[in-house]
Design a protein around this ligand. Structure first.
Ligand SMILES: *[C@@H]1O[C@H](CO)[C@@H](O)[C@H](O)[C@H]1NC(C)=O
Ligand SMILES: *[C@@H]1O[C@H](CO)[C@@H](O)[C@H](O)[C@H]1NC(C)=O
Ligand SMILES: *[C@@H]1O[C@H](CO)[C@@H](O)[C@H](O)[C@H]1NC(C)=O
Ligand SMILES: *[C@@H]1O[C@H](CO)[C@@H](O)[C@H](O)[C@H]1NC(C)=O
Ligand SMILES: *[C@@H]1O[C@H](CO)[C@@H](O)[C@H](O)[C@H]1NC(C)=O
Ligand SMILES: *[C@@H]1O[C@H](CO)[C@@H](O)[C@H](O)[C@H]1NC(C)=O
Length: 742
């Protein structure tokens, strides 16, 4: 097998992200592309000597590369930890030849990865000098590795005042040319031949790193739209920065280095789009990291609200969806007929005239042009919109270009209507002119008003930061949804975290999407929810150094909130109850995760029967495990039998009854009793045996069996959902259940 290494994308909405380096490469028989090559596990003496390993890798390069300097240029990375293999520049024909060589497992072209952005600590119940934040020592001593677009180390969020020196195990490097690292940013490396340093030239990496572990900064604001103390989720954790954006081979090299350097948590707001885990570099790298006890948190992706739009769904990864926080950056559209619609913007001018101005819908400026509603610059420059408020629809034109078009043509302000599928998820951006982003249905009403009157008028009332939206957390429209295509029997996403209108550090030197020169920016995406969970993992790791990555994940999931601040079930972008493929276990509750009572633990070797059960070949399983495996002698389990803290059950027609066991470990009170509570999915009978678990000591493990039976009364839908919950007087341990009715 040979694969081409492809693109990874960064996952933020409206960010102007530079086009990935390889995006425009069109494969040509002779052109060189970056391939990721997996080799068979070499002899033990080779693995211990990294120089021998490298010369062994070199021996596979095409014989045509005669000179050693050419050879050097061909070999881009030698991997040592995440798997045995290397990244090299090859032509498709050379890759094909290489695959035939003995010792080569696969050579595939690399993909490019995509990137997936503070009031949020408080929203998560983390308050200074009290509770879990204090008890976990703000993540002190834990190292969070961030694989992203680099960092701006001078930003006040990365001040190391009050930070201890890095732990003794730390082996990382600092590759800035212009400055040194400090006790906050303890390492910074780059993995892209085009880069000269780990300095962030995008903004995304700085935002994500400060969200996970930024220090306290007083008076953080963007255009006065938010003003207060900014802090990451684990403000006393260390940061190790790996600038990898956005080649897959770079990301692998970054993960390889992070494992070697000694990070405790890895945060990846990146995605690629593999069909199976053995083709997924992030999943493969994460497996090796997990084996070393490293916790991996990844963004679920921004391709919601469609089903099966999710990335990073391997069970050894925490897959994080995005939801709103209770802060809105409110900009109210006020119409001439007194109708009012709440929208959002991060640009909050305090001198916008409150008298009504003429209102015009761009779609009516040229009714024969399908693109007119999107406010294209050429249309607006030919139209008389001077001093008017222009209604535009979100679409293929980036928001900043829509705003610039209205501004350049003399428009006074813009009302931006959501995509239909984005419904009520409105995003605050640091817009270039007074703007409000309103929901889709509100947009229909605004358009109907314009159509109903000769002289429509409006204004925008900027109301600044409004805290207390009790619909929060609500799942963001863009947050990617399950089912988890590569493994339908494992429910994903795992959990939700803040990912809408997140304020965090931004490099002023970087032209952001709105040309603002601010040291903070407001950005949205699962890119932003992922580092929140990386921060929570650091807090839990600091409080419970002996917990495995699976135990930390279990603690987060079984204690997650399933209701919003108004105590109603968490809603989606339509303000309807969100389904389990949008919410996973629910919204993270860090303080409760610190005391989960019971955990569903998984050891690295437990994934072998799981992977064999996916019907992967021995080679494919070996690619993930980094060693030889023979599935015909290993035991093999169904996916839903993995000791996961949630259930995804598939009734494919044949079987109407399925039985799984789970093992729970007591980490609460030594003597404790839990009783089961079941909310069965409609048309499915769920039985648990035994119905009571009695523990007498800490770390004691008990098993239970759960039987799912499809009933004749099952509804004619694609899926149904429910939950099972173990309850003691002081705690509950909740697992969501999804049943796919194929
Ligand atoms: C931000 O808040 C601080 C303290 O509450 C206040 O002194 C400062 O003037 C505020 N800044 C802005 C731009 O609103
Ligand atoms: C948004 O929420 C409102 C309820 O406030 C609802 O009436 C509307 O249908 C929702 N959906 C869209 C697409 O705006
Ligand atoms: C305006 O109203 C007319 C008739 O009431 C309708 O045919 C037309 O589609 C409407 N236009 C828009 C843009 O809503
Ligand atoms: C693997 O193959 C077995 C036997 O054909 C089948 O029952 C099972 O559903 C397959 N599993 C997956 C995940 O495709
Ligand atoms: C795997 O094990 C089976 C059963 O022992 C054996 O027949 C087969 O040859 C083994 N395959 C490999 C590749 O070792
Ligand atoms: C199930 O619903 C679909 C569409 O909703 C319909 O086409 C189909 O006939 C239904 N099947 C049964 C068995 O009712």
């Amino acid at each position: 097998m040979a694969f081409l290494s492809t693109t990874i994308t960064i996952l933020c909405i409206f960010c102007i992200t530079r086009l990935p380096r390889f995006a425009s490469e069109i494969p040509n028989r002779n052109s060189l592309q970056t391939y990721i090559v997996h080799v068979e596990a070499p002899d033990a003496h080779l693995t211990s000597q990294s120089e021998d390993l490298e010369s062994w890798y070199h021996s596979f390069l095409p014989a045509t590369t005669a000179s050693s300097s050419e050879d050097e240029a061909r070999l881009i990375y030698s991997y040592h930890h995440v798997f045995k293999g290397f990244a090299a520049r090859l032509s498709p024909d050379e890759a094909k030849d290489m695959e035939k060589k003995k010792g080569i497992v696969s050579a595939r072209p690399q993909k490019l990865l995509s990137l997936h952005t503070t009031h949020s600590p408080n929203f998560l119940g983390l308050n200074q000098n009290m509770g879990f934040w204090k008890d976990s020592n703000y993540g002190k001593g834990v190292i969070i590795g961030v694989l992203d677009t680099g960092v701006l180390p001078e930003h006040p969020s990365f001040s190391d005042e009050g930070m201890p020196p890095p732990p003794a195990k730390w082996k990382g490097k600092c590759q800035f040319n212009h400055t040194t690292c400090n006790n906050k940013i303890i390492g910074a490396r780059y993995f892209n031949a085009d880069d000269q340093s780990p300095l962030d030239d995008n903004g995304h990496g700085t935002h994500v790193a400060s969200t996970a572990a930024g220090s306290f900064v007083q008076g953080a604001n963007v255009f006065g739209s938010a003003n207060g103390t900014a802090a990451g989720i684990a403000p006393l954790a260390h940061l190790a920065i790996y600038k990898v954006c956005c080649g897959e081979s770079d990301a692998l090299a970054g993960m390889d280095a992070a494992v070697e350097d000694g990070v405790d948590v890895l945060s990846l707001s990146l995605r690629s789009d593999p069909k199976s885990f053995f083709e997924d570099s992030i999943a493969i790298g994460a497996f090796s990291a997990m084996k070393k006890g490293i916790f991996i948190s990844c963004a679920a992706g921004n391709d919601g609200p469609d089903f099966i739009s999710l990335a990073n769904g391997a069970p050894w990864i925490l897959t994080v969806g995005a939801s709103t926080i209770d802060r809105t950056l409110r900009a109210k559209a006020v119409l001439g007929n007194n109708q009012q619609f709440d929208g959002q913007s991060a640009f909050q001018p305090n001198n916008f005239p409150q008298r009504l101005s003429p209102l015009v819908y761009a779609g009516m400026l040229n009714t024969s042009d399908d693109f007119a509603p999107l406010c294209p610059a050429d249309l607006l420059s030919r139209s008389d919109i001077r001093g008017k408020i222009v209604v535009c629809e979100l679409g293929e034109i980036p928001r900043i270009r829509q705003g610039t078009a209205v501004k350049d043509a003399g428009g006074a302000a813009m009302i931006l209507i959501n995509f239909r599928i984005y419904a009520n998820t409105t995003l605050a951006d640091a817009d270039v002119l007074p703007t409000t982003n309103v929901g889709y249905e509100d947009g229909l009403k605004i358009k109907a008003y314009i159509n109903s009157t000769r002289n429509p008028t409006a204004t925008i009332s900027f109301q600044g930061t409004v805290i207390g939206d009790d619909r929060a957390p609500a799942v963001a429209a863009f947050s990617s949804r399950g089912p988890n295509f590569p493994s339908l029997g494992v429910l994903k996403p795992d959990i939700l975290g803040p990912g809408v209108n997140i304020l965090a550090a931004w490099p002023t030197s970087v032209e952001n999407n709105t040309n603002t020169k601010s040291t903070f920016n407001v950005v949205s995406g699962t890119s932003m929810s992922c580092p929140h969970l990386s921060g929570v993992a650091a807090l839990l790791k600091s409080a419970h150094p002996d917990w495995s990555p699976a135990a930390i994940k279990s603690a987060m999931m079984t204690t997650a909130d399933v209701v919003n601040l108004a105590h109603s079930p968490i809603e989606d972008e339509n303000f309807l109850p969100a389904d389990v493929f949008a919410t996973g276990a629910g919204h993270v509750n860090p303080s409760r995760a610190n005391d989960p009572g019971l955990i569903y633990d998984i050891q690295p070797e437990d994934y072998i029967p799981y992977l064999c059960g996916l019907n992967y070949t021995n080679r494919q399983v070996g690619t993930i495990l980094q060693r030889g495996v023979n599935c015909s002698v290993e035991s093999s389990i169904e996916e839903a039998q993995l000791n996961y803290p949630s259930f995804s059950i598939i009734f494919s027609g044949k079987s109407t009854s399925q039985v799984y066991t789970r093992s729970v470990t007591n980490v609460g009170d030594p003597a404790s009793r839990y009783d089961v509570e079941i909310s069965p999915p409609r048309g499915v009978d769920v039985r648990v045996e035994p119905t009571t678990l009695k523990f007498s000591e800490i770390n004691q493990k008990l098993q239970y069996e759960v039987t799912f039976k499809l009933l004749a009364s099952a509804p004619n839908t694609t899926f149904v959902q429910g939950f099972l919950k173990w309850t003691s007087p002081n705690r509950y341990v909740r697992s969501p259940i999804a049943v796919i009715l194929a």
